[in-house]
Design a protein around this ligand. Structure first.
Ligand SMILES: [Zn+2]
Length: 234
């Protein structure tokens, strides 16, 4: 670190694995720089296995998510009582996310993009925007309010409608290696559930976004509003 205070990045995904794939490399990068990374999954993603029951796969997903976070040096949270495929947009869930924001006090929140082929992802994006608002309000909650300075949307192959990246966060080789080893422990990422080659896709994406930003590897994000920026998240 270069004398600046420790920053906190909170990545909020619809299912365990979403932010691990899309924000995991830059979380690994920021942890290596001495910052704090937190992953919050709004559901376990327990209906994503063609052979295991949701009850069985839920336990596996939670174990995989916790191990992934540990491996990259991040913290892991999951709303394991909410159900994959049925994530709504109500204030009950938004307030719970807002409480996590009040507790974690992130400098940067990474969210899904607002359009997706998966309703849980689109709803997670809406919930995150609402939670950011609620976290900043003077409400009768356990912890004081917190204003999130920056929300950025991660690049997820399921959320690409209208996604235009404008922030490029470099990912060094050590962070990439940590992420790659960690994500390789998740069965769905290895293609063992429905066969999509997630690790190949996101590895190639890191290289492609690196080419476009003049770095070896980079994660692209969207602020939803702006001119291209290459560099740290703050
Ligand atoms: Zn997902």
């Amino acid at each position: 670190m270069t004398g600046t205070r420790t920053k906190t990045v909170l990545a909020i995904g619809g299912h365990i694995g979403d932010m691990d794939l899309t924000a995991g490399p830059l979380l690994a990068e920021h942890v290596l720089q001495g910052h704090r990374g937190v992953l919050l999954a709004l559901t376990p993603g327990e209906r994503g296995h063609p052979r295991l029951s949701p009850e069985e796969y839920k336990l596996q997903k939670i174990a995989e998510g916790a191990e992934f976070a540990k491996d990259i040096g991040a913290e892991f949270r999951c709303f394991d009582d909410l159900s994959d495929g049925f994530l709504g947009t109500g204030d009950d869930v938004a307030l719970r996310i807002a409480d996590v924001i009040r507790e974690v006090r992130p400098d940067v929140v990474i969210a899904h993009w607002r359009h997706s082929i998966h309703s849980d992802h689109a709803h997670a994006a809406q919930l995150t925007e609402r939670a950011r608002f609620l976290a900043g309000l003077p409400l009768e909650r356990e912890r004081p309010r917190h204003g999130v300075p920056t929300v950025l949307h991660a690049e997820n192959w399921e959320d690409m409608e209208g996604f235009t990246p404008d922030r490029y966060a470099p990912v060094c080789t050590e962070a990439f290696d940590r992420w790659h080893a960690a994500i390789s422990k998740q069965a769905f990422a290895r293609g063992e559930t429905y066969g999509f080659r997630y690790i190949d896709y996101y590895t190639a994406l890191l290289t492609m976004r690196g080419c476009l930003s003049g770095r070896e590897r980079a994660s692209a994000l969207s602020s939803g509003n702006g001119a291209k920026t290459v560099g740290p998240l703050w």
